[in-house]
Design a protein around this ligand. Structure first.
Ligand SMILES: NC(=O)c1ccc[n+]([C@@H]2O[C@H](COP(=O)([O-])OP(=O)(O)OC[C@H]3O[C@@H](n4cnc5c(N)ncnc54)[C@H](O)[C@@H]3O)[C@@H](O)[C@H]2O)c1
Length: 387
């Protein structure tokens, strides 16, 4: 059994994330950032020879580059140094069956979004994770930046008073060209196949990240939506844009704007929360800073390197102030927290709270997506999410 120190890192298998996948490198680097995980095996492709070649390219034992998830789980369970957990970043339609198989085998799971194709499957994963008492960490890294975590703390402490309004957006240009009209790469082909990418493409690509960010920072669920789900690109049959009005648990109103088809957009993520007393404003472009404007007071800029931050926020930074940190470190925070939760359970310690996104969050995400699609089908009629 692995201990939480660099001499005995937890042993991780990667599913997906082959040589051409950017997010694969991100996961591997983030997992190994703090020495708490070691990548030892994987299924890096749906083709056996490519999976083995990728394993060799990563310096792994060739035999640990498996042909499929079932054979990997079977072979690793027979090894004394077998895997502790699986990180899944293969195409979207594989997330649910692979997560279910790993949980059923008693493995902990780090799963990229979306965890499933619909809310029913997400609920099924939640039941499996609970029955097995296993971690299922969803890699919504924007909620793991020091300043978004501090924003959450300030909201909970009442720094801006009861929340009245939430503005959240993710504007990007990944689909700003008519990609589907030209020759597509393998990566583009599955994304434009609705059966493989899941409910409404851009929800699963970027929309789920900022829905999670808003709900996580607010500490509240969305109760109802009025949504416009469609595409900016003329003639496109998959969704590249979602605009929605939101209502939150304690009565706050919200606006949600996400698109992958805005030419010039650069992963522009912004969250503004307006309370009775003032505003908290975080932008991904300046991710190390948080703006706090209390009505009638001098505006404040809080930095992730400030000396008086609470210890649980300060530990999310690794680099002295002024030097940039970003998405890789936020991903690494998720891997560190998942490792801590797994190790605590193995040591029979109680984990009071888990700060990383869990399968419970993912169930709410899938409810949100289904409610937006249902609302759009009724011309934007207000649609309630399940309680
Ligand atoms: N969290 C984030 O910020 C973030 C960012 C980008 C992508 N993603 C997620 O990562 C996943 C992959 O996206 P991508 O853009 O890297 O896709 P991609 O098509 O570029 O890469 C997919 C990888 O999975 C491999 N693969 C395909 N089928 C497989 C199978 N059955 N078993 C094992 N491996 C298989 C491919 O060989 C490839 O290496 C998606 O679910 C996406 O939502 C998350």
């Amino acid at each position: 059994m692995s201990n939480l120190n660099s001499a005995h890192p937890l042993r991780l298998a990667i599913v997906g994330g082959g040589p051409t996948s950017w997010i694969g490198g991100q996961h591997r680097r983030a997992a190994q950032f703090d020495g708490l995980w070691q990548v030892v095996a994987g299924v890096f492709s749906s083709q056996a020879d490519r999976s083995r070649d990728a394993a060799v390219g990563l310096g792994l034992e060739p035999a640990r580059g498996y042909a499929d998830v079932a054979s990997m789980i079977a072979a690793e369970s027979l090894r004394e140094d077998g895997i502790d957990a699986v990180a899944i970043m293969s195409p979207n339609d594989t997330h649910y069956p692979y997560s279910a198989a790993a949980l059923d085998a008693g493995l902990d799971v780090i799963c990229d979004k979306p965890v499933s194709s619909n809310a029913a499957e997400a609920r099924d994963l939640a039941a499996r994770a609970q029955a097995r008492n296993r971690v299922l960490c969803v890699t919504h890294a924007y909620s793991a930046y020091p300043m978004t975590r501090y924003m959450k703390q300030l909201v909970a402490e009442g720094a801006i008073g009861p929340v009245r309004m939430v503005q959240v957006e993710y504007i990007q240009s990944g689909l700003a060209k008519p990609i589907e009209q030209g020759p597509m790469t393998d990566s583009q082909r599955w994304k434009f196949d609705a059966d493989r990418s899941g409910l409404a493409l851009s929800f699963s690509a970027i929309g789920c990240h900022v829905q999670h960010l808003a709900c996580n920072v607010l500490g509240q669920k969305i109760t109802a939506v009025s949504a416009d789900v469609g595409s900016l690109m003329p003639g496109r049959t998959v969704t590249d844009t979602i605009l929605a009005n939101l209502r939150f648990e304690h009565g706050a109103r919200g606006q949600y704007t996400i698109t992958q088809a805005a030419a010039g957009g650069e992963n522009d993520i912004r969250l503004r929360i307006y309370g009775e007393r003032g505003l908290l404003d975080w932008s991904h472009r300046e991710s190390g800073y948080l703006h706090l404007n209390i009505e009638g007071e001098t505006a404040r800029v809080i930095g992730r390197g400030d000396v008086n931050l609470p210890a649980d926020i300060a530990r999310l930074s690794r680099t002295p102030r002024g030097h940039p940190e970003g998405l890789l470190e936020a991903f690494a925070n998720l891997y560190r927290e998942a490792a801590e939760a797994i190790t605590a359970r193995r040591n029979d310690q109680t984990v009071e709270t888990t700060s990383f996104p869990t399968i419970t969050d993912a169930v709410h995400t899938m409810d949100f997506i289904e409610a937006c699609i249902a609302s759009h089908a009724r011309n934007g009629e207000w649609t309630n999410l399940p309680n």
